[in-house]
Design a protein around this ligand. Structure first.
Ligand code: PLP
Length: 493
């Protein structure tokens, strides 16, 4: 047999001693052996089924899938739970497109994931963006203000729904209860992208769950922060503001007609563990995180995002299972690289200022000891002699932020812009023209500009800055960032 490149590489990685503070939440699956439920792993190929008489049908469940979804609904406190096999991405599409009809408007947190923007293109929906508060010092975005949501609902009476990300990648939780009350007061549908919050119901020390806040629907990536396999997620619904038949139709549109039984089985398992052992495992995790933070609190040059962030007006709570660490004098990307190369510790991501780790109930006490030791050593090695280029870069970035705090003027809706004729123009000559691509600097992943919006002097200056600093960026056709795509005429391609 020829080499099976993927399998060999993946097994090699998982057999090593790598410590995982990234997704998926099961962290190389070792937790399944610990919890004595490794049978699912051993049976992976034999449970890979299709719709047989006894295996039910995800798109019209009446048997084992129906029962498994009902069990999950009970565990996650929803009226109805749908298993998702095409990631939260498909759930976001279905949720938005069943709540808002073509041509209608929705309030969207501008710090949304690209799946939200893509849903607007697919559904021909018009966004009214709302900006989160910015934390320039930490290089992250904070929460969405309920007052701002209310002001927009008063101004734009025709809005149909509100959608925010809760919690954010960095664990920031807005006052979702208040935002939901406001949305419902104005008879709007409240939707949540909860991709990073599937675990929130496991402890009172974590931000309150969207279901407890009374939202109408939330999509959660069970695979990111709980124990199901990558690409498996859940959509939870409460009340009757969302038309269930429309939602089921949209789920059929956006999901495979051959849904993976392996993924569905892993969701069933994750919901079972959540219900039976989740609280206990989460208590352990939070205890390990507390000890870790205590240990590195006094390490020279280290700052950790902690509960003090809730003093900021827009932040109601912090999801402590996300660990955002900055080390003075060391760029986030360098910090991440040293952790990976010298300590075999894989973080979720880095920004210019720090690194982000996503922990889960599958992380062991030992993982935190290794991370703490690594940070202590790196601090010794680097904070004393910062590299000249690091200092220079820090001076540049400390004064700037990768996100704007107001929306460029929208000339065409995302869908209209998507289908219009486009072409390149020198970036420096693009001010006043309509952008033909959606450009997203990472992190924080907030679109700097969305296709159909007007290019401003500020947009160009920020792009030039991003080019200088070599920040990661998605969506620009010209990798050299000399040219930007603009909409050329009103004609459709
Ligand atoms: C905020 C947010 N929403 C939605 C998604 C899409 O989730 P999935 O990867 O499960 O499709 C992501 C993915 O990273 C995300 O960060």
């Amino acid at each position: 047999m020829k080499k099976t490149l993927l399998i060999e590489k993946l097994i090699e990685i998982s057999n090593g001693d790598k410590v995982s503070f990234h997704t998926p939440g099961h962290k190389f699956g070792k937790i399944f052996t610990k919890l004595k439920c490794e049978r699912i792993l051993e049976s992976l190929t034999i449970i890979d089924s299709t719709e047989l008489a006894e295996t039910d049908n995800l798109h019209q469940p009446i048997g084992i899938i129906k029962k498994a979804q009902e069990n999950a609904a009970e565990a996650f406190n929803s009226d109805k739970t749908f298993f998702l096999v095409n990631g939260s991405t498909a759930g976001v599409y279905a949720m938005i497109m069943s709540a808002v009809e073509p041509g209608n408007k929705i309030i969207i947190g501008r710090d949304c994931h690209q799946s939200v923007i893509n849903a607007l293109i697919l559904g021909d929906i018009q966004p009214i963006y709302i900006y989160p508060e910015a934390d320039v010092k930490n290089g992250i975005t904070l929460g969405i203000s309920p007052e701002k949501v209310e002001a927009l609902l008063v101004e734009h009476k025709e809005i149909k729904a509100v959608l925010i990300t809760y919690p954010t990648y960095y664990g920031i939780a807005s006052d979702l209860k208040k935002i939901t009350e406001i949305a419902h007061k104005y008879d709007k549908i409240m939707l949540v992208d909860g991709a990073h919050g599937a675990h929130l119901g496991l402890s009172e020390k974590l931000p309150i769950t969207p279901m407890e806040c009374g939202v109408d629907a939330v999509v959660e990536s069970t695979h990111k922060t709980l124990l199901s396999l990558t690409q498996s997620s859940m959509l939870h619904v409460k009340g009757n503001r969302i038309d269930r038949e429309k939602l089921k139709f949209m789920l059929r549109v956006h999901q495979s007609s051959s849904p993976s039984y392996i993924l569905m089985a892993s969701l069933d398992l994750a919901a079972n563990i959540y219900k039976e052992k989740g609280n206990y495992l989460m208590d352990n995790l939070l205890c390990n995180i507390r000890e870790f933070k205590k240990r590195i609190k006094n390490v020279e040059g280290v700052t950790i995002l902690d509960e003090r962030i809730t003093e900021r007006k827009s932040v109601e709570a912090l999801d402590q299972t996300k660990i955002y660490i900055k080390l003075k004098g060391v760029l986030g990307s360098r910090f991440e690289q040293v952790l990976r190369k010298d300590y075999d510790i894989e973080m979720e991501m880095a920004n210019e200022k720090g690194v982000l780790g996503i922990t889960s109930i599958a992380n062991e006490k030992e993982d935190f000891s290794k991370l703490a030791l690594a940070i202590e050593e790196i601090s010794q090695r680097y904070s004393k002699v910062p590299k000249p280029e690091d200092i220079l870069k820090n001076i540049i970035t400390n004064n700037n932020c990768n996100f704007s705090i107001d929306t460029p003027e929208c000339i065409y809706t995302p869908r209209k812009a998507h289908y219009m004729k486009k072409g390149p123009i020198l970036l420096k000559k693009s001010v006043g023209l309509v952008c033909g691509e959606s450009i997203v600097p990472y992190p924080p992943g907030i679109p700097l500009i969305v296709a159909g919006e007007l290019i401003r002097e500020e947009t160009v200056q920020r792009l030039l800055q991003i080019k200088r600093e070599k920040t990661k960026l998605l969506g620009m056709k010209d990798a050299n960032m000399e040219y930007i795509e603009i909409i050329q005429t009103n004609e459709v391609k």
